[in-house]
Design a protein around this ligand. Structure first.
Ligand code: ZN
Length: 123
């Protein structure tokens, strides 16, 4: 697998429905829409999608390592990622976000970027 085949997309390039505030950017509020940059397929994510993603990946070890190498460290308390294959074109995709613990029982999730590999099949 070639690293060069994985591209970085800023949150605003692939998401709709994120909120900006005085002290935050690209925050998930309720739901947001992700559009695959390889095939235009749209996926609706909910707040709990990011909550459940914590620390897990469906990628095999080799692929996960490649994505890990490309994942920056964000200046936030906690950082998470959500790994999946696009259901339409099967491009391996990682959404990188920061998690702000604001009440001990709940989090704000701010999307940073998406890393997207090559499409594996035509839509
Ligand atoms: Zn796709």
């Amino acid at each position: 697998m070639r690293n060069a085949a994985i591209d970085h997309f800023d949150a605003r390039a692939v998401f709709r429905g994120l909120l900006d505030g005085v002290d935050y950017r690209n925050r998930v509020a309720g739901t947001c829409i992700y559009r695959c940059p390889r095939c235009e397929h749209r996926i609706r994510f909910r707040w709990r999608s990011f909550y459940r993603a914590n620390g897990r990946s469906i990628f095999q070890r080799q692929l996960r390592r490649i994505f890990d190498d490309l994942t920056p460290s964000l200046p936030s308390d906690e950082q998470g990622f959500l790994d999946f294959y696009c259901p339409a074109c099967a491009a391996p995709t990682r959404i990188i976000f920061s998690a702000q613990d604001y009440s001990k029982i709940a989090y704000h999730f701010d999307i940073y970027a998406a890393l997207v590999g090559e499409a594996k099949r035509a839509k």
